[in-house]
Design a protein around this ligand. Structure first.
Ligand code: NDP
Length: 269
């Protein structure tokens, strides 16, 4: 029987996940369908229960439901608990299990696709919202030398630094103007690129041979990518992260991790 999965969001028409998972399914010989599911803004929980009743095996969760999804789950994996947000649901044995593959997707894109090791590196994380929170535990797991979290609202960065300070990696919080020194890996996890804005960081943050990644993706380079590139960094957008988080979710559901190269070529020929 064909297994059913979907991505739940509002709006949902823009989601690229239904273009990605069928490629993974064909590549790994898995019999599944993957659909878009529009949930009413006040009806996420009811939508999840309907999907369970209709025999869906799992779902991805996108804006604006990732935090609410953590509350609907009967069990959370550690990285979802640390992120305080869920992007992957598994419906099995009467349970709704929540996981978060955004951070692992980011790490996979940096280490596998860009070929940049995080171990021993100085990492600057711009932003302290949901995406930054989800990235922290997987980044820490790679053993960087230090992580600096810089945010417009400094108190939010400080809270994040406190929450993740117990894992053996030094984590500092800062405002954009107070960022100290240069970095090997600079990740823009603010949503400023959506409005075409640049987080006000000094060009000196880009150390020699730095990698700068903007989590946003689209048809052209973001202002942050242009800025980083002008100051000597190698740049990436968030498409690789998206494709890798989908591969991580697929692996959770199906027990086989697909190759992501075909999908990257399809989405950015
Ligand atoms: P949130 O709304 O949770 O957080 C937004 C963050 O951006 C906050 O830190 C906020 O600062 C900061 N911010 C907003 N506007 C500005 C601005 N003009 N200048 C400086 N900082 C600003 O968003 P998410 O964390 O969910 O998403 C962040 C980005 O990551 C989005 O672009 C999203 O599309 C992308 N993303 C990409 C994924 C992928 O797979 N590629 C997956 C998930 C997210 P403050 O605290 O001061 O308000």
């Amino acid at each position: 029987m064909t297994d059913k999965y979907c991505v739940i969001g509002n709006p949902i028409a823009h989601s690229k996940s239904p273009e990605i998972h069928p490629v993974y399914a064909a590549q790994t010989g898995q019999d599944l369908v993957y659909e878009r599911c529009l949930a009413p803004l006040d009806g996420f929980e009811a939508t999840v229960h309907r999907l369970v009743e209709e025999g869906y095996r799992g779902a991805n969760v996108t804006l604006p439901f990732k935090i609410e999804a953590a509350r609907v789950c009967t069990r959370l994996e550690e990285r979802a608990r640390a992120a305080g947000a869920v992007n992957t649901l598994v419906f099995a044995h009467g349970e709704i299990v929540g996981d978060n593959t955004d951070g692992p997707g980011l790490v996979a894109d940096i280490t596998r696709n860009a070929g940049v090791a995080i171990k021993g590196k100085r990492v600057l994380l711009l932003g302290a919202g949901g995406a930054a929170r989800g990235a922290l535990l997987p980044l820490i797991g790679q053993g960087p030398r230090e992580i600096v979290i810089a945010n417009r609202t400094v108190a939010t960065a400080e809270a994040l630094a406190r929450d993740f300070s117990r894992h053996g990696v030094p984590i500092k919080a800062s405002g954009f103007a107070q960022i100290d020194g240069s970095f090997d890996i600079i990740i823009n996890a603010t949503s400023s690129s959506i409005a075409g804005d640049l987080p006000p960081v000094a060009p000196t943050v880009f150390g020699p041979g730095a990698l700068a990644l903007d989590m946003m993706y689209g048809n052209q380079a973001t202002v942050f990518m242009d800025f980083a590139s002008r100051h000597g960094a190698t740049v990436r957008d968030g498409l690789g992260m998206l494709v890798e988080q989908a591969a991580e979710a697929f692996a959770i559901w199906r027990g086989v991790r697909p190759e992501t190269g075909d999908v990257m070529k399809k989405m950015r020929p």
